[in-house]
Design a protein around this ligand. Structure first.
Ligand SMILES: NC(=O)c1ccc[n+]([C@@H]2O[C@H](COP(=O)([O-])OP(=O)(O)OC[C@H]3O[C@@H](n4cnc5c(N)ncnc54)[C@H](OP(=O)(O)O)[C@@H]3O)[C@@H](O)[C@H]2O)c1
Length: 334
């Protein structure tokens, strides 16, 4: 689907963006891949690794509508990955987070519409479901903007969809590198905010592959949620350092005991497929009867029962310590 096409990735120098570029170059022959982000050093470093003739590096801020417009010219597909995503930084600098995550989303939508982009997928997070922190709340606003954007173009392109998933194993600033650093620094006990805490886990490559598949599956307006395993924080600590002591430090502001991907209140519009869920739009679009029970590649889903919730605490798929070690090893080799 990406052969001969021009693809723009906002936040293309981030963990997700780099892996997405790598995968595109391995599996397709794109006409152009445009990496759009602010920091020239990250782009310079990425250019050393990815210097294929189809690569273009654009310095720009998603908050800057004019620049977004320039970058989107001639683009066929957009992956919107740029975000301010550190929970404490977002709480401390709320306006900055709102500008990047909400105003930035709006600019991506406007530019995609103006330039007749075919499809756009925006990345979301489990923190956007029933959010308790500003990062999650801004990503929920972003999700709503992308879903509603399908209304602005009637029966035309672009079509917009959202992909929502949980913690990426080993991503920058996450708990896995944090625990590893503590151990490397000689800690003999790992801090656990709450011994009951659970999280969803996905590897970077699984996230990238899921996004690629959903470009084919999407009709427009879906929030795609992969079925992925949960791990307790205590099992994660034991997987990283078997037998290590753990001490509870108390849940932090803006943190949940368990994360949700499909909230109970959305169960009436959630559809289960073999390996994922789709939350269909709460609003009706131009033709009013889009069939989300069968996706664009013919896969059939069924509505979940009323009151169903997909959260990391009640997830039927939990990894043991040994399985978590395998997941960490897979993520490291990817
Ligand atoms: N990592 C996870 O565990 C996780 C889980 C679920 C969902 N997600 C979502 O996945 C997406 C990608 O995450 P990631 O882990 O790849 O993040 P990341 O490694 O922190 O990368 C973020 C990227 O966004 C760019 N960026 C930030 N602010 C920008 C702005 N105002 N304008 C243009 N570019 C900007 C950054 O480059 P510059 O700083 O140079 O601009 C960087 O390229 C995010 O939307 C995040 O919410 C991540």
């Amino acid at each position: 689907m990406f052969d001969g096409q021009t693809i723009l990735i906002t936040g293309g120098t981030g963990s997700f963006g780099k892996r997405y570029v790598k995968t595109l170059l391995q599996q397709y022959q794109p006409k152009k891949i445009i990496v759009f982000s602010r920091d020239e050093l990250k782009q310079f470093e990425m250019q050393q690794e990815y210097n294929h003739s189809c690569m273009r590096y654009f310095i720009g801020d998603v908050r800057d509508k004019e620049r977004m417009m320039q970058a989107m010219k001639g683009v066929d597909y957009v992956i919107h990955a740029a975000a301010m995503k550190q929970v404490p930084a977002a709480e401390y600098n709320p306006t900055e987070c709102i500008r990047t995550n909400i105003d930035g989303a709006e600019n991506v939508i406007r530019a995609a519409i103006d330039h007749g982009v075919k499809k756009v997928i925006a990345l979301s997070t489990d923190k956007a479901a029933n959010p308790v922190n500003l990062y999650g709340a801004t990503k929920l606003c972003s999700d709503k903007l992308f879903v509603a954007a399908n209304n602005m173009v009637g029966n035309e392109i672009p079509r917009f969809a959202v992909v929502r998933y949980g913690n990426v194993v080993g991503s920058r600033g996450s708990v896995v590198p944090f625990f590893r650093k503590l151990i490397a620094d000689g800690s003999d006990s790992l801090p656990i905010t709450d011994l009951r805490m659970t999280r969803f886990w996905i590897t970077l490559q699984q996230g990238v592959d899921f996004v690629i598949r959903n470009f084919s599956r999407m009709r427009g307006g879906e929030i795609f949620v992969p079925k992925i395993p949960s791990v307790t924080m205590t099992d994660l600590a034991q997987a990283i350092a078997p037998g290590i002591d753990m001490h509870e430090i108390g849940i932090r502001p803006g943190e949940k005991l368990h994360e949700t991907m499909c909230p109970m209140d959305d169960s009436y519009r959630t559809i289960e497929f073999d390996d994922h869920f789709v939350i269909s739009p709460a609003i009706r679009f131009y033709d009013g009867d889009m069939d989300y029970l069968t996706n664009a590649v013919g896969e059939a889903g069924k509505p979940v029962s009323q009151g169903f919730s997909y959260d990391s605490g009640s997830n039927p798929w939990f990894l043991s310590v040994a399985e978590t070690q395998q997941l960490l090893a897979v993520a490291e080799q990817e």
